[in-house]
Design a protein. Structure first.
Length: 481
């Protein structure tokens, strides 16, 4: 895997991803060459959503510690100085009193209420952990989708650039034919119109390409990115291996309205040349059947695991609520000192107490039972939703897998038809409309092919996300679940 060497020199790469501390933003070095894994790594380090999920997990761990603190003793300490000054008709008196006290309280047993609270908070911690993993998945596949978007937009822009060149050559040849009296004025006007249309399509594709770059940079949380390049992927491996990514000349406004200059030998300038963007495109089909994909989703989906953890938390909450009827057994010891008469005192005691509103507690228990039912229902609904989500995404991806080879054949066929039409037009056998139709069909076939490859990659990425397919590049919180 080719990695952008310049980024290896950035000190921030030594930062440990598992730290809950603030992370310095990573940037892109000018002229770096990034592959899809590099872009994912940038997003994982820069994403404020991941940082927030990590911080929320830290809070949930703290709540577990707070729950466990119920078994630890409570220390109390106090001191005071009291001055009393009394005046009556018969006498005046005053006193000064200094006191100091210390105490310790220890819970001995509360019939499992603290244990239930600890387990409830631990399930909440697990749910927070899986929520973190869900945010990580969203981040990874958002980058992948936008990465494919740049590749698709760049390929479409290249096709439209080549189409402009074809129309420029065709205009030059048609003008030469017109000057010689071989073709009519209408053919020349049509050639000018088609050239203008191709330039409009090019401008639009350039806009879409720049928008795709913005989306990719945004998904990596990299602002003010310099010019860099991205590599093809295994499933998006067009001939041009690198796609330049830049917005440095975003405000340029070149004049595209002028027609091409006259050239010598204009009769020989127009050729139905093959655009090599799509040469030797191959990909490996998705390796799992639909049934296998559903099983993987049920096993890996972090949101489903979070629902399971929430159910566990609700069950422990029900136990805790039921046990609030039961008393608490605790021990207390204290020491006191008063400087008046140098009084020292020590006390110790064992207490058992309970205080509960019976009617209110009954409704609390009923509510806790409903919370358990709601959590169980959420799991059932999630499994149903996951099944149909995977099914829908699998159908979409499989359809694009079938379309890609068919569209590849169509590109070759429309190229052959364009070559024939161009040859007929060059020797005066074909008309301009036939030539133009063949050229438009060839250009549209390529654009549709690129769009289908993009749609396939997005559909595949969405399916991988839906089943939470393990990723080679990710980040995690180092903690046992």
């Amino acid at each position: 895997m080719k990695f952008y060497k310049s980024l290896l020199l950035i000190p921030v790469l030594f930062f440990t991803l598992t730290s809950a501390a603030a992370v310095e933003q990573m940037s892109v070095e000018k002229n770096a060459v990034l592959n899809i894994d590099d872009c994912v790594n940038l997003a994982l380090q820069n994403s404020p959503k991941i940082k927030k999920a990590r911080y929320n997990y830290g809070i949930s761990k703290g709540n577990v510690g707070i729950a466990k603190s119920g078994y630890f003793p409570t220390l109390g300490i106090g001191t005071g100085y009291n001055l009393t000054d009394t005046h009556t008709n018969r006498m005046n008196s005053n006193s000064k009193l200094y006191t100091a006290e210390a105490s310790i309280n220890q819970l001995i047993w509360n019939f499992g209420k603290t244990n239930a609270n600890i387990r409830m908070q631990n399930f909440n911690r697990i749910a927070s952990l899986y929520n973190f993993e869900d945010v990580v998945l969203d981040t990874i596949f958002n980058v992948k989708t936008n990465y494919y978007g740049v590749l698709a937009a760049k390929s479409t822009m290249d096709i439209n650039k080549a189409n402009v060149e074809i129309n420029e050559r065709n205009y030059q040849r048609t003008k030469a034919f017109f000057d010689e009296g071989i073709k009519s004025k209408i053919d020349l006007v049509n050639a000018e119109v088609n050239l203008s249309d191709s330039k409009v399509s090019l401008v639009n594709s350039e806009k879409l390409y720049q928008n795709a770059i913005v989306q990719l940079n945004n998904s990596m949380y990299v602002a003010f990115a310099p010019e860099y390049e991205i590599e093809n992927t295994e499933t998006f491996n067009f001939k041009n291996n690198f796609a330049p990514v830049t917005l440095e000349r975003i405000d340029e406004k070149p004049d595209l309205s002028v027609t091409p200059d006259d050239v010598d030998n204009a009769f020989l300038t127009a050729q139905a040349e093959k655009i090599n963007i799509l040469e030797n495109y191959q990909f490996q089909p998705f390796p799992y059947t639909f049934e296998e994909a559903v099983k993987i989703a049920y096993k890996n989906r972090p949101d489903l695991k979070a629902f399971d953890a929430t159910l566990g938390a609700m069950k422990e909450s029900l136990k805790y609520t039921k046990r609030e009827y039961l008393p608490e057994l605790s021990a207390r010891a204290g020491y006191g000192y008063r400087d008046q008469y140098s009084t020292n005192s020590f006390n110790a005691g064992l207490n058992i107490s309970s205080s509960v509103n019976i009617k209110g507690q009954k409704h609390k228990i009923d509510n806790a039972k409903y919370q358990v039912k709601i959590a169980e229902n959420e799991i059932d609904q999630a499994k149903q939703d996951i099944y149909f989500e995977v099914q829908n995404l699998y159908i979409n991806m499989a359809q694009y897998e079938k379309q890609i080879p068919l569209l590849a054949v169509k590109v070759r066929q429309t190229l052959e038809n364009f070559e024939l039409a161009d040859g007929r037009y060059a020797v005066g056998l074909g008309d301009y409309i036939e030539l133009q139709d063949a050229k438009v069909n060839y250009n549209n076939a390529q654009v549709n092919y690129v769009q289908t490859v993009y749609n396939y990659n997005v559909a595949r990425a969405n399916l991988e996300k839906a089943i939470a397919l393990p990723q080679s590049n990710t980040t995690s919180i180092e903690d046992k679940k």
